[in-house]
Design a protein around this ligand. Structure first.
Ligand code: GN1
Ligand code: MG
Length: 356
């Protein structure tokens, strides 16, 4: 550890003296470290991405408000992400070089999966996210800051995509005409959920907005749901975006950057188990929210594919890439999922009908 890192760590109220701090996890946005102290306590330290998150005060205020509200309702502290404050009681620490850091408690005897190993694992992830939505159903959603404005506003994402296409800063657009056409052919349907929100037909709720299963902690022994983490994008939004994002990620048979698209499809057993868990854990969902579940998966897969494509055109400035063209590979897996969902549409509807 560098002296500077040691000094930074001493700003947080940890038990014992820090003996190691190593890179940890697989997020694309923040930089995460696992911290160990000489009394065996572990913590998670994160440098927050200031390019993505412009207002760290607001982001941390959201996290504090939501975790305090959940902690008040929760019976077991392991079911709520715990924020560790700085020695002077602040939610985060701004370092001398302008970087911003926060610390959270490490959940012991817990596991976090990169992919569900069985439908039962995925069911438990649904319980975690469904419970999160249900417990926050009486939290005033509009009191939260919109940390990334229009985060899942699909029509606005399409507008930004079109702007990037016209600018085409690296001259990459001509290589991806098939992907561009794929988006534009689905433009109208992609706006459905936001239109229904605008018409007051879908409720505004507190949403997590990054419901990948690596944001769920499961108990290591029982493999049951503990808590959800990565609350950076907690904002007012649609529950369907949380549900849809989780299924498009966890029910895909391939990795997010799989090059062999024949390996990428929507696994219907996974879809069924997540949907069952979410419906059971969040009985508050309205009839229309339930009905639109399949459309939400398709919408989020299209939106995310388009976000990857936009970033590819922009020279990979938003999502971290490990090799050239990774954002294009990621885009293609999402579009393959959209196509597969279109093919499995009737089956998805009949599974949903059985669960509702
Ligand atoms: C980003 O880095 P991570 O996994 O927390 C992104 C999500 C995407 C996801 C795709 C703030 O999340 O919206 O679904 O990558 N988060 C942000 O892997 O843009
Ligand atoms: Mg994450």
């Amino acid at each position: 550890m560098t002296d500077s890192l040691c000094t930074l760590l001493s700003r947080f109220t940890v038990e014992g003296t820090v003996i190691s701090c190593e890179p940890y996890g697989e997020g694309h946005i923040n930089q995460t470290y696992l911290v160990l102290t000489d009394c065996g306590k572990r913590y998670i330290l994160q440098q927050m991405n200031r390019h993505v998150f412009q207002n760290i005060d607001q982001l941390m205020a959201n996290i504090q408000a939501v975790t305090a509200f959940l902690a008040n309702k929760a019976e077991d502290p392991r079911t709520v992400m715990g924020l560790i404050t700085t020695v002077d009681g602040q939610a985060y620490c701004e370092w001398e070089d302008g970087t911003c850091w926060r610390m959270i408690s490490f959940v012991e005897d817990a596991i976090c999966l990169q992919r569900p190993e069985s439908p039962e694992d995925f069911y438990q992830c649904a319980v975690a996210f469904g419970r999160f939505a249900q417990m926050l159903n009486d939290f005033p959603a509009d009191s939260l800051y919109e940390v990334i404005p229009d985060f899942h506003n699909t029509p606005n994402r399409i507008r930004l995509f079109r702007e990037m296409l016209s600018a085409d800063p690296l001259g990459r657009a001509s290589q991806v005409q098939a992907e561009i056409d794929f988006v534009l052919a689905r433009e109208e349907e992609a706006g459905t959920l936001m239109n229904l929100l605008g018409q007051g037909k879908l409720p505004l709720r507190v949403t997590h907005n990054d419901t990948k299963i690596n944001n769920v902690m499961l108990d290591a022994k029982t493999r049951t749901a503990l808590c959800v983490v990565d609350l950076d994008t907690v904002m007012p939004g649609l529950s369907l975006f949380d549900y849809g994002d989780a299924v498009r990620g966890g029910a895909s048979t391939g990795a997010e950057d799989e090059k062999d698209l024949t390996k990428v499809a929507l696994d219907l057993a996974m879809y069924e188990s997540f949907t069952k868990g979410y419906l059971e854990a969040c009985p508050d969902l309205t009839d229309l929210e339930r009905e639109l579940m399949p459309l939400s998966i398709k919408t989020i897969a299209l939106e995310l594919g388009m976000r990857f494509l936009t970033d590819y055109l922009d020279g990979d400035r938003y999502f971290a890439v490990h090799y050239d063209g990774q954002n294009l590979d990621r885009c293609r897996t999402q579009f393959k999922l959209v196509q597969d969902i279109e093919e499995k549409w009737e089956q998805m509807q009949s599974i949903l009908g059985k669960l509702n």
